[in-house]
Design a protein around this ligand. Structure first.
Ligand SMILES: NC(=O)C1=CN([C@@H]2O[C@H](COP(=O)(O)OP(=O)(O)OC[C@H]3O[C@@H](n4cnc5c(N)ncnc54)[C@H](OP(=O)(O)O)[C@@H]3O)[C@@H](O)[C@H]2O)C=CC1
Ligand SMILES: CC(C)(CO)C(=O)C(=O)O
Length: 308
């Protein structure tokens, strides 16, 4: 199949590298020193069981020469989506799927405004992958899975072909009963853990062990459960207990990307994570007091004016 990956960073590089390694026609759209390294020495994916290099790998910063592809993996951060969307038109044919992988529940809607719902396949990535340096991606954990579906979850030939390509490339994927419920379930895990982790600078191990932080985590998850209900999304009745059990299985030293980005002073996805909870809560009249506090504290810290 023909794939284009817009944003060949941690996640896009991992998925694109696996697909290219399995023989698919993959073009990575990248920039800067990462693009230079991809062109010079290919893409190296350091996995849990060793490293593999795909070389040569097709990489460019100019989408105009690629032509229409079967699927675009839109793998940039949420705040980079507008710029990435500008690269889409030359890649899109009448049946091209545009797969979103962003954490949060708003990215598919933003992309659909640009390309239409028929083109968008919301995806949920279950992997921990990061750029280890120019041209190199590290798969640090997680099952290495990408679940995706059509907007209305109906089975289609293109969804099936993409799943076959993923499985053939060693990426686990399961047809979801409802991709929106899966997106919200992941939202309910990452946002409370990320927000509270960033506020306290605590790892999963600490957050789950202290009675106080554990209670706040559960209260934050319950807020998102209420928000999902307000959006007509059916989550399992025991979603908070299930998600706490999942938190209990995470490596004790683990943190989320939101926490790591804020701690390192990099631009974060705060607006698409905690910000979205506050925004959607206000829009639907759903109380989100825990997220309101977390959002205010982290916004203040990100604005750099905490000591002004
Ligand atoms: N990494 C993971 O394991 C997971 C990530 N996600 C989600 O996936 C998304 C991507 O995350 P992640 O891969 O970690 O982020 P990264 O920052 O590692 O990767 C994004 C890449 O896209 C590049 N990029 C951005 N805009 C453009 C553009 N217009 N043209 C070319 N390249 C561009 C960035 O380059 P530059 O640095 O120059 O801006 C960067 O290399 C996030 O929304 C995240 O929530 C979801 C689950 C797991
Ligand atoms: C699942 C998890 C926590 C893995 O990195 C994630 O998606 C994130 O931190 O952004």
């Amino acid at each position: 199949m023909r794939f284009a990956v817009i944003g060949a960073g941690g996640l896009g590089g991992y998925l694109g590298g696996r697909l290219a390694g399995a023989g698919h026609d993959v073009t990575l759209i990248a920039r800067g020193s990462h693009l230079a390294a991809l062109r010079a020495a290919g893409l190296t994916v350091i996995g849990v069981d060793g490293a593999a290099t795909v070389t040569p790998v097709r990489a460019t910063d100019d989408p105009t020469g690629i032509g229409a592809v079967d699927a675009v993996l839109l793998a940039v951060k949420t705040w980079q989506l507008d710029e990435a969307l500008a690269a889409l038109p030359p890649l899109a044919g009448p049946d091209t799927a545009v797969i979103t992988v962003q954490n949060g529940v708003e990215a598919p809607h933003r992309v659909a405004q640009a390309v239409g719902r028929h083109a968008v396949m919301p995806g949920v990535a279950k992997v921990i992958a990061m750029l280890a340096g120019p041209g190199t991606v590290r798969h640090a954990g997680g099952p290495g899975a990408l679940d995706l579906a059509e907007w209305d979850n109906r089975p289609t030939g293109r969804a099936e072909r993409i799943r076959e390509a993923l499985v053939g490339a060693g990426i686990t994927t399961t047809p979801p009963a409802d991709i929106w419920a899966d997106l919200w379930a992941k939202f309910l895990f990452v946002v409370p853990s990320g927000g509270l982790g960033a506020v306290t600078d605590a790892t999963f191990g600490v957050l789950r062990q202290r009675p106080g932080t554990r209670r706040i985590l559960q209260a934050a998850m319950a807020e998102i459960e209420g928000l999902a209900r307000a959006h007509g999304v059916a989550l399992p009745a025991d979603i908070v207990a299930r998600t706490m059990a999942f938190v209990d299985q995470q490596p004790a030293e683990g943190t989320t990307s939101l926490h790591r980005d804020i701690k390192a002073g990099r631009r974060s996805e705060l607006d698409a994570w905690t910000g979205a909870v506050v925004r959607l809560g206000a829009r639907t009249g759903t109380p989100t007091p825990v997220h309101d506090v977390i959002h205010e504290v982290l916004s203040l810290r990100e604005s750099g004016s905490a000591s002004a």
